[in-house]
Design a protein around this ligand. Structure first.
Ligand SMILES: Nc1ncnc2c1ncn2[C@@H]1O[C@H](COP(=O)(O)OP(=O)(O)O)[C@@H](O)[C@H]1O
Ligand SMILES: Cc1ncsc1CCOP(=O)(O)O
Length: 148
């Protein structure tokens, strides 16, 4: 399973990419083909994170529209996300698990964004929201679109 922002996925596929340090300088849309190429090459699941996440295993693809703009303002949100995806993949098929992990992470971001005053309080509120997230709340708030 590979997860990166758009510029990281483009670079990994050998298709360039305009990364700004650890941040993306490319849109998720621009990295969709790179993600499909990487998934086919590796036989694994590839996720491009960003304002709307894109996930593919080659034949299947989905978009997850959950999240909050403040998530892009905090370092290590992507690294932490990788750990959450790994936990979801531990006992679920990897494509479904990755989609669910991205939705859960994004919903926690939305909950945190309701009370955060800025990046500092957002970090604390995000960890609390992830800790308190229930399957019912995830079902209600998840914005997942299956694609061809
Ligand atoms: N503008 C945004 N709006 C909503 N969610 C976002 C936005 N930018 C990033 N996210 C979310 O933040 C998390 C980390 O993704 P990202 O910022 O792409 O990682 P990285 O830190 O590797 O660049 C993902 O769950 C993603 O959906
Ligand atoms: C490993 C590491 N150490 C300091 S910043 C960084 C990368 C963080 O990347 P991201 O914000 O994309 O999770």
């Amino acid at each position: 399973m590979v997860r990166g922002n758009a510029s990281e996925i483009l670079a990994l596929a050998g298709l360039g990419g305009a990364a700004r340090g650890v941040d993306a300088g490319d849109s998720v849309d621009a990295a969709e083909e790179a993600a499909r190429v990487l998934a086919s090459r590796t036989g694994g699941v590839v996720a491009v994170s960003g304002p709307v996440d894109f996930i593919t295993d080659g034949p299947r693809a989905a978009r997850v529209a959950n999240g909050h703009p403040m998530m892009a303002q905090i370092t290590v949100m992507g690294c932490s996300l990788n750990g959450v995806i790994a936990a979801f993949c531990a006992d679920q098929p990897p494509f479904d698990a990755t989609v669910a992990a991205l939705a859960a992470y994004g919903v926690a971001g939305e909950v945190a964004g309701e009370t955060a005053q800025g990046p500092g309080s957002f970090q604390v509120a995000f960890l609390d929201a992830l800790y308190h997230l229930t399957p019912e709340a995830l079902d209600t708030a998840a914005r997942i679109e299956a694609m061809a």
